[in-house]
Design a protein. Sequence first.
Length: 120
Amino acid sequence: MALVIPDVLEESCATRQALERLASKWRVLLVYALLAGPARHADLRRRVAGISQKVLTETLRDMEADGLVERRVLKERPPQHVEYALTALGKTLQEPLAAICAWALESGVAEQSQPHDQRG
């Protein structure tokens, strides 16, 4: 099967639109965090170092709107308990993200991005 390379420079390209949605580091990190299973907001904030509460909330809402994340209300009465889980569409990102991880390890790109004084 031949590799099809879309014209990602065209605004109407579906691949470009997908890349624009997934290009946020927070989205990718949240997908990784949710691959382990559903999690509550506070758990995600602890797991994803450096993300603010505001950015976490906004990113989860955007991911829900894009169909990547499902918000589940576990307890209706205050205090309300809510958890987030990847949808079937969100779970399809596991394989492409695993390929990126494998590439980063194999290419040594993580080592190359360290400041010169931290390299071995």
